[in-house]
Design a protein around this ligand. Structure first.
Ligand code: NIG
Ligand code: FE
Length: 409
């Protein structure tokens, strides 16, 4: 059995005993041990405690080192064929969303490129993105389909995600997002596309075991609540729980419908009514916020403090995708959520670790530094305090990342 012992850890943060969603006021409690030791055996955490109780010799860490759980990023679209910086320049030059769509931009642009790409090309590009986020401390990630929008394209994306699952050191969950946008040929035949999703895509996805969850982009101009309910009800009959895009731009009933569907998470939430905030306060799943997407799209940030006051289980994710968040950097997500949404650093860490794990149903093995869980850890450079990590934004504070008990390079 391979084991390693680390001593004199300035702060071992996220040592939760109870692993379920943390919500409301409790989010500011981040269980931690100052001046700690930690023992890893093979791929898991074997023992931890205070230095005064440590009976072992081990690797003494530099003063100021904090050890945190690796980030659990529960919402990404990181399988895509090409970046879309031309749209970003168009927006700087003042073009509207409608103009960009007319020029063939947006999700349909990504779908065109994805359908033209081979499975191998997509795999290589997505693999590079996984390598990149791994070095930035992400240890578990959810990846959505949704740039195929055809039977072949959606299956191709989900097969790529399946290969990534099999080969990556990251723990991966996959979500079927066939209902991301109506493809051009179904622009005026929504019923036809719903039938394609429900009668063709879902049975084959289920047959091949290609998805863990189902998602719908519930938004004006995309899928309405009735369409989302039909798609998710069909998905649930194949065992896929909903994780949903709701209330990014408009409030059209996605929250209420999502709660009734028993969604595991409701994601985006930039545009919320008072009544919806109250509903999310009682909702047992994750209220997932994506601050880098709001930042990139120059939108108001989601009302995180109001959600916490209402009792919601806030979760933070990167939304890594070419259109609204071309970054999978969870350190930046952590910082932005403190600076722009006024989360306390402890709240943000809970939201991006244990609650992220819960939003992927991985909380038994990931999301905290708990005996028996996977040794997925971030070792920081020497820093003055936990708050410094989000305060000194944009700087790299990570010295090393450990996944499954091994330091990655
Ligand atoms: O989560 N909102 C819908 N989907 C993505 C953006 C997709 C795209 O523009 O490619 C999101 O922000
Ligand atoms: Fe998204």
């Amino acid at each position: 059995m391979a084991s390693s012992i680390f001593t004199h850890i300035s702060l071992l943060a996220g040592t939760h005993q109870h692993c379920s969603f943390i919500r409301g006021k409790a989010m500011k409690e981040l269980p931690s041990i100052e001046n700690a030791y930690l023992i890893i055996e093979d791929d898991h955490i074997a023992e931890l405690g205070r230095m005064e109780d440590c009976k072992f010799q081990g690797t003494r860490l530099d003063a100021g080192t904090i050890v945190l759980p690796a980030w659990c990023d529960s919402h990404t679209h990181l399988v895509f064929a090409a970046s879309r910086e031309e749209e970003y320049i168009d927006k700087i030059n003042g073009l509207t969303y409608a103009h960009i769509a007319e020029k063939g931009g947006g999700i349909l642009n990504s779908a065109q490129k994805l359908n033209d790409a081979t499975e191998d090309e997509l795999f290589i590009k997505a693999w590079q993105r996984l390598e990149e986020i791994k070095l930035m401390g992400t240890g578990a990630v959810e990846i959505k389909s949704g740039y195929g929008l055809s039977l072949e394209g959606e299956l191709k994306m989900l097969r790529v995600i399946n290969k990534l699952k099999a080969k990556s050191e990251l723990k991966i969950k996959s979500t079927f997002l066939g209902a991301h946008a109506f493809p051009k040929e179904y622009k005026d035949d929504h019923e036809g596309y719903l039938q394609l999703i429900i009668e063709k895509m879902l049975p084959q996805i289920s047959n091949e075991g290609l998805a863990d969850y189902i998602d719908t982009f519930c938004e004006s101009g995309f899928f309405n609540t009735e369409e989302m309910i039909r798609i998710c009800t069909a998905g649930k009959s194949y065992g896929l729980k909903p994780k949903l895009h709701v209330n990014q731009l408009n409030s059209i009933g996605g929250i209420e419908a999502g709660i009734q569907l028993g969604a595991l998470s409701l994601d985006h939430l930039e545009t919320l009514t008072e009544n919806e905030i109250a509903q999310l306060g009682k909702y047992k799943g994750a209220s997932t916020l994506l601050p880098t997407a709001a930042y990139f799209l120059r939108m108001d940030m989601p009302p995180a403090r109001a959600l916490i006051n209402a009792g919601a289980a806030i979760t933070l994710a990167s939304d890594y995708n070419p259109g609204s968040s071309p970054s999978g950097n969870m350190n930046l997500v952590h910082s932005l959520s403190c600076i722009q949404m006024k989360l306390l650093p402890e709240e943000a860490i809970n939201a991006a670790t244990i609650n992220g794990a819960c939003a992927m149903e991985l909380e038994k093995e990931y999301g905290s530094i708990t005996v028996g869980k996977k040794a997925n850890l971030i070792f920081t450079n020497p820093v003055p305090s936990l708050s410094y990590l989000s305060y000194a934004f944009g700087n790299n504070h990570i010295k090393k990342v450990m996944l499954n008990g091994n330091f990655i390079s």
